[in-house]
Design a protein around this ligand. Sequence first.
Ligand SMILES: *Cc1c(COP(=O)(O)O)cnc(C)c1O
Length: 393
Amino acid sequence: MDFENDEWGFDTLAVRAGQQRTAEHEHAEPIFPTSSYVFDNAAQAAARFKGEEAGNIYSRFTNPTVRTFEQRLAALEGGDSCVATSSGMAAILSTCMALLKSGDHVVSSRAIFGSTVVLFNKYITPFGVEVSYVPLTDLQAWREAIRPETRLLFLETPSNPLTEVADIAALAELAQEHDCLLVVDNCFCTPALQQPLHLGADIVIHSATKYIDGQGRCIGGAVVGNKELVGEGVYGFLRTAGPTMSPFNAWVFLKGLETLHLRMKAHSENALQLAHFLEGHAAVSRVYYPGLESHPQHQLASQQQSGYGGVLAFEVKGGQEAAWKIIDNTHMLSITANLGDTKSTITHPATTTHGRLSDEERQEAGIQPGMIRIAVGLEDIEDIKADLQRGLA
Ligand SMILES: *Cc1c(COP(=O)(O)O)cnc(C)c1O
């Protein structure tokens, strides 16, 4: 079957794109745990190394299982090229290394994954790249931060843990006006709920560790975009530097993609029900979830996303003490900072994911002491509510 064109629906691509059966006629996708490949003769080896003949050479940059995952994810995001990486952070690092040079400037949303901030500030800026931070939803602030040397705009939407939503199409237009690239970390929505490339973004980043696996087993990442930026640029860095995805992990993620749409729908349904329950609870002062009409970007989220995702946050009256009481009274929810799992997780951002910020920085980021984040899993919604009700009562 040819999956190069647009004639297949999302769910068909999720199940079948990228598969090439071997001579064994296997039905499911095989894992190829091999570091290298043999050639028919010396001339073929020479042609492969010169790039004159397509084919496998060495699994740092050519592996059939990894390639199947890359082709399937590219099809789902609507990109020409995908490069799988050893982690989500490796995907961000590879993008920076491939597309930035000394003297370049990056404008980034302030509300991004903590390790991404550390990567930018501690490891990228020493190479002569400057990074400015702006509030995610303030289009004017993005506009004003752009300089002639700005090369990348970087964001996550919805943000973690406040679930603020950026207008991807508006930012894509801004990036185009100023001849820079829009990079969207699409970890929270996945292509099942949001396709940034279709909204004008240039590059999509994934931590496959989260919803693409969806069952908390493997670490991995990916970069998706056009052939020039990703198929040549990011691939060229990965081929040489080697932050490569293992074939086993690629196989797990590949099978994760097959149920991604179903799982994201179920996560979104559970999260919406929980958000309504919390919004109506006397002990809760505020709920952050894009699916609620009270959310400031509810309208935008409804246009840009086909579901609202599995992550929500809420504030309880009584500050940190009340928040910890709720967490410590759960019997079923997992107390962990991970997300994107079938198992629901509960986190106190102020003392964990955002614990290293100063009080002032935390205030500015909108992380209140009474805030709790829940990555809503696929358990029975009534059991999730009951597990929280104990501490809320
Ligand atoms: C987890 C995460 C990352 C980093 O991914 P790893 O696979 O843990 O390296 C990047 N961005 C977001 C939004 C994440 O949640």
